[in-house]
Design a protein around this ligand. Structure first.
Ligand code: 5CA
Ligand code: ZN
Length: 409
C-alpha cells in the first residue's frame, strides 16, 4: 500500500535531545536510546469511516516522536498498518450496501488526504492486513506447531498460557481483561476455549465473507493482533523502540500482540516502550465510530478550517490526557495561529535561539506539546510588545514550529 507525501522538515541549528517518554509497562517515563535508525510501529486505522479528531490526536503524538528523533539526526523507520479486513469493516459495508474493498479504499484514501493536510510525516511502510496475509499464515502455523495455538471448529486460537510475560503491559486482573476482551473484538464466552481470553489467530472461512488460502490452516482470514505482529516482525524485528497507539489498544490488542511475538520468537521484549495516547471525547463520551459521536478532519477542512489550526488544537493537549473536543478548543487554535503568523510575518524580532531549545526540551520531556506552545506564545507576545532586531528570528521560529510541531506558519 502507498502512504502519503512527506512535507519537508526544515533543518534547525544544533541538535535535539533524547526522548523521555511514558512507558505503559513500567508506568514511568523512560529515556529511549534508539540506534542511528529508530524503529516505531503505530497501529493504523480500520477504514470503515473517515478520520476523526481522536485518530488525528493519536497520530499527532507519534508524529512528534518521529520529529524529535529526526531532530536528533536519526533516521526513523516508521511502520503503520491499515486493518483493511475485519468484522467492523464488513458489518459497515453490509449495512451501507457497499463492496467492502471499495469502502476500505475510499476511507484509506481520505485518511491519506487528512494526514497530508495535517502535515503528519508518513510511515516508511504502510501495510494493509490483506497484503500481509501471506506473511501471517506461516506465523500462525508456527504457533500451532509449537503448541501455542489450538483449533476450535476450524478456527485457530492463541493460548495466552504460552507466554510467561502475558499481562505485563496492561497489569489487569482476569475479570477486567475478560470485560475488555468482550468489548473490543474478543469472544470470551465462546464455549470450548482453553482460556476465555485466548484471541483468534485465524478465522475459518464464513459463508458470504471474504477468505484467503491459509495453507495448512484452511481458507479463512487473519485475527486482528497477529496482523500487526506479522507486519512489525517482518519490517522492524523484535525489540523495536516504540509500539504506539491510543490507550484503547493497551488491552487486548497490544498485550496480545506482544504475547504472540514472545511465543513466536522466544525473545522478550517485543517493543522497548509501549506508548499510549489518551482518548478524545465529544459530548462527554469517547469519540468512536461505533457510537457515531464524531468530528471528522475532512469535514472541518471542507468547512474551510485551516489544517494548521486543527493541528494546533491537537497540540494544545498533552498526548496522554483524555480531553474533550469543543468549539472553543478550535476557536483558541485559530486565534493562536493568527497570532503566531502575525509575529513571524515581521522582518525582525526578539532572538529565537532560546525558544528553539525550549521547544526541544518540552518535547523531549514526554512530548509536552502544551509547554512548547506556551514557549512560542511567549516569544510572540514579546514580538508584539517590544519587537526586536534579530533579522533571522521570525524565519527561525517558522522553521522550528514546522520541523518540531508540524505546523506551517
Ligand atoms: N486498526 C486498529 C489498530 S491495529 C484500530 O484500532 N483502528 S481504529 O481506526 O479504531 O483506531 C485507529 C487509532 O486511533 C488507534 O490507535 C486508536 O487507539 C486511536 N483512536 C481511536 N479512537 C480514538 C479517540 N477517541 N481518541 C484518541 N485516539 C483514538
Ligand atoms: Zn494494531
Amino acid at each position: 500500500m502507498h502512504a502519503w507525501p512527506a512535507s519537508e522538515v526544515p533543518a534547525l541549528p544544533g541538535s535535539g535531545r533524547d526522548l523521555r517518554i511514558h512507558d505503559t509497562v513500567t508506568g514511568e517515563a523512560i529515556t529511549l536510546a534508539p540506534g542511528p535508525v529508530a524503529r516505531i510501529y503505530v497501529c493504523g486505522i480500520t477504514p470503515y469511516d473517515a478520520t476523526h479528531i481522536g485518530h488525528a490526536a493519536t497520530y499527532n503524538a507519534f508524529d512528534l516522536v518521529q520529529r524529535v528523533w529526526l531532530d536528533t539526526k536519526r533516521q526513523v523507520h516508521y511502520v503503520q498498518n491499515v486493518t483493511d479486513v475485519d468484522d467492523p469493516l464488513l458489518v459497515r459495508a453490509e449495512r451501507d450496501g457497499l463492496d467492502w474493498v471499495a469502502l476500505a479504499e475510499r476511507e484509506t484514501a481520505l485518511f491519506r488526504e487528512d494526514m497530508t493536510a495535517l502535515r503528519m510525516l508518513p510511515p516508511r511502510h504502510y501495510i494493509g492486513a490483506v497484503e500481509a496475509i501471506p506473511g501471517i499464515v506461516p506465523l500462525v502455523e508456527r504457533l500451532r506447531d509449537a503448541g501455542a495455538a489450538y483449533e476450535l471448529d476450524g478456527d485457530i486460537y492463541y493460548s495466552v498460557e504460552a507466554d510467561p510475560h502475558f499481562g505485563e503491559i496492561s497489569h489487569l486482573d482476569a475479570e477486567a481483561m475478560r470485560l475488555l476482551s468482550a468489548e473490543r473484538g474478543g469472544d470470551p464466552d465462546r464455549p470450548g476455549k482453553k482460556n476465555p481470553l485466548d484471541p483468534m489467530l485465524w478465522m475459518a472461512a464464513r459463508e458470504g465473507e471474504p477468505s484467503w488460502d491459509g495453507a495448512s490452516l484452511g481458507r479463512g482470514r487473519p485475527g486482528w493482533h497477529i496482523e500487526c505482529v506479522a507486519i512489525a516482525l517482518d519490517l522492524l524485528g523484535m525489540g523495536f523502540d516504540v509500539q504506539g497507539g491510543g490507550s484503547d489498544l493497551v488491552f487486548p490488542h497490544h498485550e496480545m500482540g506482544a504475547s504472540h511475538a514472545h511465543a513466536l520468537t522466544g525473545e522478550h521484549p517485543y517493543a522497548k516502550a509501549y506508548v499510549h495516547a489518551g482518548m478524545v471525547a465529544l459530548h462527554g463520551e469517547k469519540m468512536s465510530k461505533s457510537k457515531g459521536n464524531l468530528v471528522f478532519v475532512s469535514a472541518l477542512r471542507r468547512d474551510g478550517v485551516d489544517p494548521a489550526a486543527i493541528r494546533l488544537a491537537l497540540l494544545a493537549h498533552h498526548y496522554r490526557a483524555d480531553w474533550e473536543w469543543t468549539e472553543e478548543v478550535l476557536d483558541q487554535a485559530v486565534e493562536r495561529l493568527d497570532r503566531w503568523r502575525a509575529a513571524v510575518s515581521r522582518p525582525d524580532g526578539p532572538s529565537a535561539d532560546a525558544l528553539v531549545e525550549e521547544i526541544r526540551e518540552a518535547l523531549a520531556n514526554d512530548l509536552d506539546a502544551p509547554a512548547a506552545l506556551a514557549a512560542v506564545d511567549r516569544w510572540a507576545a514579546r514580538q508584539a510588545e517590544t519587537g526586536g532586531t534579530d533579522e533571522g528570528a521570525p524565519g527561525l521560529v517558522s522553521r522550528a514550529v514546522d520541523a518540531l510541531l508540524g505546523v506551517a506558519l
